[in-house]
Design a protein around this ligand. Structure first.
Ligand code: ACM
Ligand code: ZN
Length: 676
């Protein structure tokens, strides 16, 4: 590309090394500081050259910063101009911002670009609205930069959502995905089916946890002790408009064919069994299911201008389909060989319907299982493989893998945090995610259109708690989505994230304070040296293949696990019967020993339990073993993540150590067999 005049001018301009003083998240892609500054005073001139709807949106947003006066000349103020082409900018959301002592001028090819530039300009201003002279040429790495809010598990109202849209605008995020329907509550008014918001949106208990423990029952809105709520059509229109004025699209998600107990409780004829309790899946054999879904989608389409409509598609049980006469007939009539293909039948039919209305179908990665619908886009959550496979097969993919993008995981040491669903996802790990690794070829890379942070809310009952889980980790998602990979470094991001967190706290958001972060489990921060280090372990029972960690080396590699059993440092044991783990370590020679122990994790939600009994045996010859310790423990469900060490201390000599862990319930996880 020939060096443009502008670029030459930028390079020639007296540049001052760019300090982190540009406290902007996401980090702009090109910044050149220049000499001087501009101070904006109230009623400074604003010149907007853009179509009317953009002008209105931009003027309104600028007015939330300070009063401006519409003018013909931007001297002492700002100019926002749409131009047919802007040097160095290829994205409609890109912008060129030039701040000189005379004025601030933003050019872009669309209103969205002007808006993103205006946000940057505001963030450059100090408390006196002085802005250092600068040239910024900036555009997003990805076209889709999303945030998902689950308002089913705990209903969140219009005002909460608007507040988060404001935060998204500052972070240059452009898609708000609303998870509107799930077992715990239907959250969108549908005129055709008022029962959905009179019944399916309400429950006898305030929190998801209590509701789950109380047998997943529903209530009527009129019941004096009913908890829940929903967005009315007026609420949704207001939200769509509010978001659009910030150049944010709202992607509605209506779950199918599963996560729909609230619907089948309301309309039992829509499940295979017609049982009003505990039926997650719609009956795919029943035409009424399609009639219902299409009627709902008609109203959803009417409310949401989003080209993309999310239809869920995750975690279908598919169990009842195997026994259901209607589902079996559907499979036979359509030559569907299994229930995965039956799910694909539904998704394909719904896709055709959406396409006929000019919309595109997006679904969780399970929609690929029985063959993906022709035009569908995939949201990759169970790791990254599905998203990559979809992109390679020519489908659009949005990456939100659980290991990086699930903001319902603990963000710091679990004991220091409100109860979460589990996991351990500190901001540093979120930030480390690169949605499109270099190994992916450019055609597939083009199909990987973005990244999204997801806030599932089973364990998040309040608005404050939701914000606390979102921020600051959403800052990391925003920067992954916007800033080029080679311009991102965690050390550079962290002080900006801390500064932005403080600013958002001052603006009334509840934000986790990164300055008090404890970090990973202390044991995981350094290698563990002990007598069994590097010694051979024989597995008398195999480990659970889903959680191999470091295979046969796991228990003696000196590497301890962190707060999260899925960090690939914890090994899982799920053998049927009481005996789950049974290993023998060979110390290679008879050795004096004083301590033998393993630490186990417990997290009841996903079924991770402490053992009910551990037996520790030793031997000199590997043939005759004697038991030196039996540690019993009554298995009890507890809240949150906990750790327990099962050990022996004493004085013995042995070459072989056998460690047996038993359990009545759950899968066991340990990380190291420590011998001293
Ligand atoms: C999901 O987390 N079930 C998409
Ligand atoms: Zn059925």
């Amino acid at each position: 590309m020939k060096q443009s005049l502008l670029l030459a001018a930028i390079l020639a301009a007296a540049t001052i090394p760019s300090a982190t003083a540009h406290n902007i998240v996401p980090k702009p892609n090109f910044v050149a500081d220049r000499i001087g500054s501009l101070t904006l005073v109230p009623n400074a001139p604003i010149v907007i050259s853009a179509p009317q709807s953009d002008s209105t949106a931009l003027a309104e947003y600028a007015a939330t910063w300070m009063p401006f006066t519409p003018a013909a000349n931007p001297k002492g103020g700002i100019a926002l101009r749409i131009e047919p082409a802007v040097e160095r900018i290829s994205s409609p959301e890109g912008y060129l911002l030039n701040v000189t002592p005379d004025s601030a001028v933003i050019t872009a090819t669309s209103g969205a670009g002007l808006f993103r530039g205006l946000v940057t300009l505001q963030q450059l201003a100090d408390s006196k609205n002085t802005i250092r002279a600068v040239t910024i040429a900036d555009q997003p790495r990805f076209g889709y930069r999303g945030m998902m809010l689950d308002i089913s598990r705990h209903f969140r109202d219009k005002d909460f959502i608007k507040k988060q849209i404001d935060a998204m605008a500052k972070l240059k995020l452009n898609n708000l995905h609303l998870h509107l329907t799930d077992a715990a509550g239907w959250r969108i008014e549908i005129d055709r089916y008022p029962q959905l918001t009179e019944y399916a949106a309400w429950r006898p208990q305030p929190t998801w946890k209590q509701w789950n423990e109380g047998g997943n029952r529903y209530a009527h809105q009129s019941d004096s002790a009913a908890f829940g709520g929903y967005l009315t059509k007026a609420d949704i229109r207001e939200l769509v408009d509010y978001a659009a004025k910030r150049y944010i699209n709202i992607v509605p998600e209506i779950e199918m064919p599963s996560h729909s107990e609230e619907v089948t409780a309301t309309f039992p004829e829509l499940s295979c069994t017609h049982n009003p309790a505990g039926q997650p899946d719609f009956c795919v054999g029943n035409e009424q299911t399609f009639e219902f879904l299409q009627n709902v989608l008609d109203e959803v389409i009417e409310l949401f201008p989003s080209e993309t409509i999310h239809i869920g598609g995750d975690e279908a049980s598919k169990r009842a389909w195997k026994e259901c006469e209607l589902c079996k007939k559907r499979m036979a009539d359509n030559n569907l060989k299994d229930v995965d293909e039956l799910q694909s039948y539904l998704v394909e039919r719904i896709e055709k319907y959406l396409n006929s209305k000019g919309r595109r179908l997006l679904g969780w990665d399970e929609i690929m299982e029985g063959g993906i619908a022709p035009n569908a886009a995939v949201m990759s959550w169970r790791g990254t493989e599905s998203g990559i496979a979809a992109a390679k097969a020519g489908h659009q993919a949005i990456m939100s893998p659980g290991g990086y993008c699930y903001l319902d995981s603990y963000q710091d040491a679990p004991a220091s945090q409100p109860e979460a669903i589990g996991g351990y996802l500190p901001i540093s790990r979120v930030y480390s995610y690169n949605p499109v690794p270099d190994s992916i070829d450019s055609t597939a890379a083009q199909n990987m259109i973005g990244v999204q942070g997801n806030l599932w809310c089973e364990y998040i009952p309040t608005a404050e708690h939701a914000e606390y889980m979102l921020y600051p980790r959403m800052f990391a998602i925003a920067e992954i989505g916007w800033t080029d990979q080679d311009k991102r470094q965690f050390d550079d991001f962290l002080p900006r994230a801390i500064a932005l967190g403080k600013q958002m706290s001052a603006d009334g958001y509840t934000v986790f304070n990164l300055e008090t972060e404890i970090g990973n489990k202390p044991e995981a921060k350094r290698p563990e040296n002990h007598l069994a280090l590097g010694k051979t372990v024989t597995y008398n029972i195999p480990w659970w293949r889903n959680y191999p960690a470091n295979g046969t080396a796991t228990l003696t590699d000196g590497v301890r696990g962190g707060w999260n059993y899925s960090d690939q440092l914890w090994q899982g044991y799920l053998y049927k019967g009481d005996e789950r783990m049974d290993v023998t370590v060979d110390l290679e020679k008879v050795t004096p020993i004083k301590y033998i122990g393993c630490e186990f994790m417990q997290l009841i939600g996903p079924g991770v339990w402490h053992p009910s009994q551990v037996e520790i045996q030793i031997s000199r010859d590997g043939k005759s073993f004697k038991t030196i310790a039996t540690v019993n423990h009554e298995q009890k469900a507890t809240d949150g993540v906990s750790f327990k060490t099962y050990s022996w201390s004493g004085s013995e000599k042995a070459r072989y150590i056998r460690y047996i862990a038993r359990a009545k319930e759950g899968v066991l996880f340990t990380d190291e067999l420590i011998v001293r």
